[in-house]
Design a protein. Structure first.
Length: 700
């Protein structure tokens, strides 16, 4: 580093920090005085006798002041976070037809000086894309005012910690390997971290993709799919400020544990958290607590054990089409209008039939029923506005009784019978693959909760959703979506590939404004599909092992050299405990925060925990309902998806334990959770899926 340049950069950082402190002090003074004033106004409003109009006006004034107070408080919180690390890069440019050189610093949020200029530019601003997308040389980017072109003269990156400039260097590429390598070589935390300073070009293109698209991202394990989806949300909230709020974004996570794991990313990016939920919670909300069904995790465990196999046909696009056609036929043949008598009013069956079969025949039954109710109330009961709600309930009950069968479960049984299949329970619960189909039938007949407040939806781990589930989600959430997944982490690659290859058709059917359409003849709605092929999570050696397990050729390993994975044979339970003790000590010396002991099944996890816990009191058993914490944890492979650990110990990596194609996928998931170290423990013979890698390792 050049000493003069370092001195200049430290002086600039000092100037920025002074401005941040000045802004914080100003906001703190305002907030302290406003808090007292608002509290006093609330007290006076409660204690002073006044007319209702006076109270209402005062309440509205206080409410507006409270909102302003909250915004200022949020800004102070952001500045306090910014104070420790205000920026991470600088881009020097000269625009075309100008001799002046501009120095632009890029950080987590913008910061203006007293003259209205920018000390720091937000990473989401159009200009900041130069840092991610361009090397030194010519550039152009689009703004609301038009295209800006010029030349990048230099790109500089910084390491700032706790308001101190550790070092800087000038980079010839967009994110220098030194910064990226240092970031990737670090240890994990109990929460997912933002990656703003190391976003890669292909990732940035996804983040800044048009908000109008349904964006489908297929990324290999460790490519940053989930993180990129969250950064995309932050970008859209910035770009569409005033049009999109955090409360209007929904993130569908695979389970509650993962929801907690990603909960700090958006706040780190100076945005409020979006609503997080799971598909299982949607099932409960829609079908009610009385419909008891197995969870996705229970289905996976059933599938792994193989005693009650999953009917994979129910996950296919063809099954969705058959069910859809069955429901179309149901809509036209199972509704038998009858006369409705209410007081002195008689509503003839011919009027109901005319609306259901003709006027409103192009929409699903639930919509027809609602429109018929609106028409009848306007025609017959327009003078009974005070009774409108009760009239709606009465008419709705009468109209639904006109269906020969309006029970979704019974209808599903009839559909299965038409395909020579039987409806069976598992441990007294509806199978997960069946409850998804029942939810579709329920939506077709009764509609759904109102989800129109959501303007963007993120669907994570998309490879675990079947055709029916994606149809339902696109029907519920009629807004742009960011969908991310990895076929390599699917537990049925054939089924996942089938769904992915038909995703345009699935979305196009459900996008037809809820109209019944010919599923064999419709206009496709384009989904923008993008690929992430480079894995950044694991070391080169671990990614190479993972690729060999799947025979995967579409995953590029980052050139971060680490330890060779270890294959360790154990002969007894005492040997397990002894090996774990040695590994824990080794990992502790390396400074690792998180160690994942990953088993094939949830049952294996519980058994292993019971074995280890008497010897290691700090060890934790994790299922997909608990919050993930730092330390040594035991969990099953399926629940580990999306998480990452400094080191992974794969338990029972035996040839009899990991032998099928499903086992291969689970082993791949387990190995790809690791950043730095992997140890596969086995008895007797190791799994055939790891032999190629370790045989080649021995030859070297």
């Amino acid at each position: 580093m050049n000493k003069e340049v370092l001195k200049e950069e430290k002086e600039y950082l000092n100037k920025v920090e002074k401005q941040i402190k000045k802004n914080i002090d100003s906001l703190s003074a305002f907030l302290n005085s406003e808090k007292e004033r608002i509290q006093q106004e609330k007290f006076e409003m409660r204690s002073t006798y006044a007319t209702k109009e006076d109270v209402d006006d005062t309440f509205l004034d206080i409410y507006a002041e409270s909102l302003d107070f909250e915004e200022k408080e949020k800004e102070r919180t952001q500045l306090l976070r910014m104070q420790k690390n205000p920026y991470f890069a600088r881009v020097d440019v000269r625009e075309n037809n100008s001799k002046k050189q501009y120095y632009n610093y890029i950080g987590y949020r913008s910061l203006t000086n007293d003259d209205g200029g920018f000390y720091v530019i937000d990473w989401r601003a159009p200009f900041a894309s130069l840092f991610y997308d361009y090397d030194k040389g010519n550039f152009s980017y689009n703004t609301v005012s038009g295209t800006v072109s010029g030349k990048i003269l230099n790109k500089r990156q910084f390491k700032i910690e706790n308001e101190e400039l550790k070092y800087y260097f000038d980079a010839d590429i967009k994110v220098d390997d030194d910064i990226l390598q240092e970031t990737l070589s670090g240890t994990t935390n109990e929460k997912m971290k933002n990656i703003v300073a190391t976003i890669q070009r292909e990732q940035n293109q996804i983040i800044r993709c048009s908000e109008k698209f349904n964006t489908f991202v297929l990324g290999v394990a460790g490519s940053g799919k989930t993180s990129i989806a969250l950064h995309r949300v932050a970008y859209l909230l910035y770009k569409l400020k005033g049009k999109l709020k955090s409360s209007e974004v929904l993130i569908l996570s695979p389970n509650d544990m993962f929801s907690a794991y990603i909960s700090e990313v958006l706040p780190d990016l100076n945005e409020d958290n979006a609503l997080n939920t799971t598909f299982e919670q949607i099932l409960k909300n829609e079908l009610g607590e009385n419909v008891i069904f197995e969870t996705k995790l229970e289905q996976v465990q059933r599938k792994i054990l193989g005693k009650f196999p999953v009917d994979e046909e129910k996950n296919s696009y063809a099954f969705l089409v058959d069910l859809y056609n069955f429901l179309i036929k149901f809509a036209s043949t199972s509704f038998k209008p009858t006369l409705i008598r209410l007081g002195n009013y008689n509503i003839p069956e011919s009027k109901i039939a005319g609306m259901y079969f003709k006027s409103y025949s192009k929409v699903f039954p639930y919509k027809r029923i609602e429109w018929i109710i609106e028409n009848l109330i306007e025609t017959f009961f327009s003078n009974f506005k005070k009774l409108e709600f009760k009239l709606q309930e009465f008419l709705r009950a009468k109209l639904y009784r006109m269906f020969l069968n309006n029970n979704p479960i019974n209808l599903y049984k009839k559909f299965l019978s038409s395909k020579n299949k039987k409806f069976t329970l598992i441990n007294g619960k509806i199978k997960y693959e069946d409850v998804c189909a029942i939810l579709l039938i329920h939506f077709f007949i009764y509609g759904s909760i109102d989800y129109t407040s959501f303007k963007h939806v993120v669907i994570d781990e998309a490879q675990d959703y079947n055709a029916i589930q994606l149809f339902i989600l696109n029907s519920y959430f009629n807004c742009p979506k960011t969908i991310v997944g990895d076929v390599g982490q699917s537990l049925n690659v054939t089924s996942t590939n089938d769904t992915i290859s038909h995703i345009n058709e699935i979305f196009s059917i459900s996008n037809a404004e809820h109209q019944i359409v010919d599923v064999n003849n419709f206009e496709l709605k384009e989904i923008k599909t993008l690929n992430l092929t480079k894995s950044y999570r694991s070391s080169y050696q671990i990614t190479t092992l993972a690729n060999s397990i799947l025979n995967r050729t579409d995953c590029e390993a980052i050139k971060r050299v680490g330890q060779n994975p270890e294959l360790c044979k154990i002969s007894s339970k005492s040997g397990f405990v002894s090996k774990f003790k040695n590994l824990f000590e080794s990992y502790k010396q390396k400074g690792y925060n998180n160690i994942g002991i990953i088993t094939k099944t949830l049952k294996n996890s519980k058994e292993l925990f019971d074995l280890l816990h008497p010897h290691f009191k700090d060890i934790k058993l994790i299922t997909n309902t608990e919050h993930y914490l730092n330390g040594v944890v035991v969990l099953d492979a399926f629940s580990s998806k999306g998480l990452e650990f400094d080191a992974v110990i794969v338990f029972n990596a035996n040839t009899d334990e990991y032998n099928s194609e499903l086992d291969r996928q689970l082993l791949y998931i387990a190995v790809t959770r690791a950043l730095h170290d992997v140890c596969l423990i086995y008895t007797k013979q190791p799994s055939k899926f790891v032999l190629n890698y370790f045989n080649l390792l021995e030859e070297k």
